[in-house]
Design a protein around this ligand. Structure first.
Ligand SMILES: Cc1cc2nc3c(=O)[nH]c(=O)nc-3n(C[C@H](O)[C@H](O)[C@H](O)COP(=O)(O)OP(=O)(O)OC[C@H]3O[C@@H](n4cnc5c(N)ncnc54)[C@H](O)[C@@H]3O)c2cc1C
Length: 305
């Protein structure tokens, strides 16, 4: 059993904490922003490997996440639901690179106008505010702690430190390759939608949750502005209504912006810093929820090594 400090209380840090507690470690989570204040709380969050690399590792992590979320969907109170949905394309498109990670991906024989191609599959939808609370509960039930603390650098001295600081790793790991990819979403009333929809070209996505629907989105690389833009919100809604006409009667509930922590590749590796084993786990781009369990398994193996 080791004493492990996890830096970061987004979906990546909390999942690592839960996974490490499962292995019997003592775990303390330190974070500047508490779970509902993080980028993770803004995620839609559809299981979907988006803007995360390299393809081979992301496919394996996504597959692990799919199975763990499918299990969690069977439990009360996790905020995870398995929902069927459709991805559409305006031209003929080969199977997605991550197809091996998802069971039951079926190509459309008759795509809706004006689309030329697409596929359907059942994906985990993770209602982040509910799920993040559930993860915190799991950390506490497992004997771990969560403390708000803004750090200037990684805290050394524990047996291992997990750096799950998302965009904060620009400072924590002096990593300028990490960039924000701004995503704006609009929340609308739930109007009886039970399928998700995605037009990856937009990106346009419509993700139904229990009491509302998350409508997106944007992906502006290098943009740090976290204030929702009303003109952008209007465009998001117009594109979404074109894809899912039922949304035309949905009342707008709110707006939010999150900054995806994007990197040429997810950084998941261990290094020795002043005698402390540091396991870096950040740079999950648009797929932090999707990759969280697969990455947490690998983090746990690196802590054990
Ligand atoms: C609009 C939008 C839609 C998205 N949709 C999806 C989706 O459908 N599916 C999906 O899988 N993903 C989605 N994502 C991506 C997902 O949100 C991110 O990949 C994920 O949140 C990254 O999680 P994280 O835990 O690494 O980072 P974060 O959630 O940003 O958490 C980082 C943590 O590190 C802490 N930290 C940082 N610096 C310091 C410091 N100096 N001291 C102490 N603590 C620090 C922060 O306070 C925070 O607690 C979406 C993102 C956006 C913006």
């Amino acid at each position: 059993m080791a004493r492990v400090i996890v830096v970061g209380a987004g979906v990546v840090g909390l999942t690592c904490a839960v996974r490490l507690l499962e292995d019997g470690h003592r775990v303390d989570v330190l974070a500047r922003d508490l779970p509902l204040e993080t980028t993770s709380a803004v995620a839609a969050a559809l299981w979907y490997p988006y803007r995360a690399y390299p393809f081979e590792r992301v496919t394996a992590w996504s597959a692990a996440g799919y199975h763990r979320f499918a299990d969690l969907a069977r439990d009360e109170g996790t905020g995870v639901v398995m929902r069927p949905g459709t991805e559409v394309h305006r031209s003929r498109t080969p199977d997605p690179w991550w197809a091996p990670a998802v069971p039951g991906l079926t190509r459309l024989t008759d795509p809706p106008v004006p689309y030329a191609d697409g596929w359907t599959f059942t994906a985990p939808v993770v209602e982040m505010p509910v799920y993040l609370r559930w993860l915190v509960h799991e950390v506490e039930q497992g004997g771990g702690t969560l403390t708000r603390m803004a750090l200037q650098s990684l805290p050394l001295g524990a047996d291992a430190v997990v750096n799950a600081s998302g965009l904060g790793a620009r400072l924590m790991a002096t990593d300028p390759s990490l960039l924000p990819v701004r995503g704006q979403v609009v929340y609308v009333d739930q109007v009886g939608l039970d399928r998700w929809w995605l037009d990856a070209a937009g990106p346009v996505y419509v993700v139904p949750r229990s009491h509302d629907i998350v409508v997106g989105g944007t992906d502006d690389e290098g943009e740090w502005d976290r204030t929702p833009d009303p003109d952008v919100a209007k465009q998001i809604l117009e594109r979404a209504v074109a894809l899912v006409p039922e949304l035309g009667r949905a009342r707008v509930r709110g707006h939010r912006v999150g900054l995806r922590p994007a990197r040429p590749q997810v950084r998941l590796e261990a290094e020795d810093v002043g005698g402390t084993r540091v396991v870096h786990c950040y740079g999950h781009g648009g797929a932090g929820g999707t990759l969280s369990w697969g990455c947490a398994d690998e983090v746990a193996a690196l802590v054990r090594a």
